[in-house]
Design a protein around this ligand. Structure first.
Ligand code: PHE
Length: 450
């Protein structure tokens, strides 16, 4: 038990809830993944469906996960097990998802770190056309060792934050850098809107065309919402296990959800006008942002400064997310396997770095290797966001809505009756019926049952 209290002290004892949960949520999911997925799925209609998924399913689920975590004060596996033995599989699903996500997330984080370095040295400013940026990107990610170097560096940076317990420092810097990220995004979006041909991008992003929507679009939007909000995976369970008793869970969830969605929408407003202005296909996939952003900076005065600051902020946003993913696995190994916290952190770092290195090679020298028709990188991204997180979310709804003692849930949300929750009925309705039914229909439809 001594280890347990030590763990919780390592993470800074009681965490500032909104800050750390926002740190986990806001990341590459908002700025890299959201634009490419939205671009790939038709733009406007996707945005509408995405926002509905966030409000109707993401928000109730986040409150549910917070409740599970704070009610049990344990890692994701331990938390579900403590509440009901048979449900520990939900925790395992989360640990597995965290491992697989880190496998590609470290790689993309490494790309942002490399782009930051290239911004500082000015080498990114040498080019002008989108085609040039595209080949710069392709050359870079297919280099056999450079991206791996950055992947490893990023994993080590995450490791040391976790291991040294410099969480407080990260909290403090996130507090300053997060608002700065907003300011920079707003400035960039204004610049984007003024680019010639930008209007077309805005129409693409904001004018829904539902004729192109398929059930798979809805599942992709749902998966993106869960990915971006860090739910369905046990991150919010793990973090909430460190929350204070007086933290208002539903306010925290609401704030995190709003901030996270704002960042994603702003990223869309930055990216899409520029995509159309410089003539890139919005459906270019994971490379979309890495080709578009340098093209945006290029047309700006002081372009080096803008791109350095922006990629620096992106690195920090990615780091606060990788920390939360790493913590899910570390807390699990430490508490369930009784490893020391150090050993748990090192095991996590080593395993995820290895997976990351293979994922990095899979978009480069090993790109001919395509299990299930996708590169390992794409496969990790696809399987986690479109399968593991929705499945995790589905069973979380069933567990919290149907199995969990409703008094436990109520006590968590109202802080033992001291807070009012006027729409508790609606919340339960969404959690018990609406969310699981919609998800079930989506799964069945995507499996071709209908
Ligand atoms: N939400 C993070 C992002 O948008 C990624 C993440 C997913 C973090 C799941 C933790 C858990 O970048």
């Amino acid at each position: 038990m001594q280890h347990h209290s030590h763990t919780r002290a390592t993470l800074g004892g009681k965490l500032s809830a909104v800050l750390v949960a926002t740190g986990s949520s806001v990341g590459l999911g908002n700025i890299w993944r959201f634009p490419y997925v939205a671009g790939d799925n038709g733009g406007g209609a996707f945005l509408v469906i995405y926002i509905l998924c966030v409000i109707l399913m993401g928000l109730p689920l986040m409150i549910a996960e917070f409740s599970v975590g704070r009610a049990s004060h344990l890692n994701a596996v331990g938390a579900y097990r403590a509440l009901d033995r048979r449900w520990s599989f939900l925790g395992y699903n989360g640990v597995l998802a965290a491992f697989l996500i880190l496998g590609f997330y470290f790689v993309v984080s490494g790309w942002t770190a490399e782009y930051m370095v290239h911004s500082v040295t000015g080498s990114l400013a040498q080019y002008t056309t989108a085609a040039e940026y595209e080949s710069v990107f392709t050359n870079f990610i297919s280099n056999p060792w450079r991206p791996i170097l950055y992947t490893v560096l990023f994993a080590l940076a995450t490791h040391f934050v976790i291991a040294l317990g410099v969480q407080k420092g990260i909290e403090r810097s996130a507090k300053m850098l997060m608002p700065l990220l907003f300011v920079v995004l707003i400035a960039l979006s204004i610049h984007s809107l003024l680019m010639p041909g930008g209007g077309e991008g805005l129409r693409f992003f904001f004018q829904p065309d539902f004729s192109k929507v398929t059930p798979s679009t809805v599942l992709v939007a749902l998966g993106q919402a869960f990915f971006s909000l860090s739910i369905g995976i046990g991150t919010m369970v793990t973090y909430a296990s460190y929350f204070k008793p007086e933290t208002n869970l539903r306010h925290t969830a609401l704030n995190v959800t709003i901030l996270d969605t704002l960042v994603a929408v702003l990223a869309g407003v930055v990216i899409f006008p520029a995509v159309f202005s410089v003539g890139i296909e919005p459906s270019s996939g994971p490379s979309l942002v890495f080709i578009t952003l340098p093209s945006i900076f290029n047309g700006m005065p002081l372009s080096m400064v803008w791109s350095t600051v922006f990629f620096l902020l992106l690195v920090v946003a990615a780091l606060t997310s990788t920390i939360s993913l790493h913590e899910v696995i570390t807390a699990y190994l430490h508490e369930e396997w009784h490893m020391s916290r150090r050993a748990a952190a090192w095991t996590t770092t080593a395993a995820t770095t290895l997976l990351g290195a293979v994922a990095s090679l899979s978009v480069g020298v090993w790109s001919g290797w395509k299990p299930f028709g996708l590169t390992l990188f794409d496969l990790l991204d696809y399987v986690t966001a479109n399968i593991l997180l929705p499945v995790g979310g589905f069973f979380t709804c069933i567990f919290v809505g149907w199995k969990l003692d409703q008094q436990v849930l109520k006590d968590q949300i109202t802080n033992n009756g001291t807070l009012k929750f006027r729409i508790y009925r609606l919340f339960i309705l969404l959690l018990r019926y609406f969310c699981p039914l919609v998800m079930l229909m989506l799964f069945l439809d995507n499996l071709g049952v209908f």
